[in-house]
Design a protein around this ligand. Sequence first.
Ligand SMILES: [Zn+2]
Length: 64
Amino acid sequence: MEMRKEQCPWCGGEDLTRYKQAGYGQVFPEKSILRLGGKTLIHVICRRCGTVVRSYVEDPDTLK
Ligand SMILES: [Zn+2]
């Protein structure tokens, strides 16, 4: 997989950091009643302006 250069589309900054959104902030399959299969979200955030450049789940190959 080709890694794209990470850059903030808002301010052009390249000083990005990653934050995990875990616990109650997890995302779940829409049809999951028992809230199984929760995924931790990773946010890539620009340290210059605070824009969330990208949000993704840790292991997309396990998505339903
Ligand atoms: Zn920025």
